[in-house]
Ligand binder design. Structure first.
Ligand SMILES: NC(=O)c1ccc[n+]([C@@H]2O[C@H](COP(=O)([O-])OP(=O)(O)OC[C@H]3O[C@@H](n4cnc5c(N)ncnc54)[C@H](O)[C@@H]3O)[C@@H](O)[C@H]2O)c1
Length: 262
């Protein structure tokens, strides 16, 4: 089988559904052997993915998962840190357990998985690629998203630090910061009222949410040899949301139409 990831082994956290599942689909298409580290069973299991029950915030669970990859595949070439959760409350109402859950899942989870992957990639001496999912919410302030925004901004910082620590070993470390993407995470927000779809879409210059594959493609690019000189970067994939400074725009400057479906 051909494909630019033929012979490579990838671990994707949170690949049971949503963006992680879309990334798994693209990497399999390109010939990779894929392991999913997810707390939950997949919505729909994909051929070619080995699903492991893993809590990325738990050091023992992460170590065990990498041990399974050692036994079953003997190498790790790509790590995608994607697992995530959301808890929404204003600072004064944020429960400490929710704060810790969000920070531990996104930021500590990234660190724990990077530590295990980097150790193995360095020892093998063939380089590697790590891509972590940050967020537009780590770049702009959104009320109620304190721990989420802090964790996502932290992911960008950790990306730069680990890029400098591993560049000489040809291990590249990058991040993708998506805007609002059509997954169950967003559905949950629409359901609990923490997101209003029409309000949000109005503020996205492209006039629509992203589809999961539109986030998966840039992740796969950064993980591939085509991005061989890119490290320490965050690629923002948000339909122009974070670069639009003004909310109220004079009528004669409002773009007349967004093209549906891009
Ligand atoms: N959907 C969006 O609009 C959006 C925007 C920006 C960033 N993101 C980020 O993209 C990533 C994927 O989001 P999604 O929208 O596909 O969400 P999702 O809720 O559909 O999927 C997240 C997956 O992570 C898994 N998970 C949660 N906690 C875990 C843990 N401790 N250990 C292992 N797995 C765990 C869940 O079981 C689930 O399968 C997240 O990091 C999210 O913050 C999403």
């Amino acid at each position: 089988m051909a494909g630019e990831f033929f012979g490579k082994v990838a671990a994707i956290t949170g690949a049971g559904r949503g963006i992680g599942d879309a990334i798994a689909a693209r990497l399999i298409e390109e010939g990779a052997k894929v392991f999913s580290f997810d707390l939950n069973d997949p919505d729909e299991a994909r051929n070619g993915v080995t699903y492991l029950k893993v809590n990325v915030a738990d050091p023992g669970s992460v170590e065990e998962a990498f041990g399974s990859i050692d036994r079953e595949a003997g190498q790790i070439d790509v790590l995608v840190n994607n697992a995530g959760v959301q808890r929404v409350a204003l600072a004064e109402n944020m429960r400490p357990e929710d704060w810790h859950l969000v920070i531990n899942t996104h930021l500590t989870g990234m660190h724990l998985c990077c530590a295990q992957a980097i150790r193995r990639m360095r020892a093998r001496g063939r380089g590697g690629a790590i891509v972590s999912i940050a967020s537009a919410a780590g770049i702009v302030g959104i009320p109620g998203r304190g721990p989420y925004s802090a964790a996502k901004a932290g992911i960008e910082g950790l990306t730069r630090v680990y890029a400098t620590e591993t560049a000489a070993a040809n291990i590249r470390v990058n991040a993708v910061a998506p805007g609002s993407t059509r997954t169950k995470l967003i559905e949950q927000g629409l359901k609990d009222g923490s997101i209003r779809g029409d309000w949000q879409i109005e503020r996205i210059p492209m006039g629509r949410l992203a589809e999961p594959w539109e986030i998966a493609d840039p992740v796969v690019y950064l993980a591939s040899d085509r991005a061989s000189y890119i490290t320490g970067q965050t690629l923002v994939v948000d339909g122009g949301w974070t670069v639009q400074g003004m909310v109220h725009i004079a009528d004669w400057l409002v773009p007349s139409q967004a093209v549906p479906g891009g």
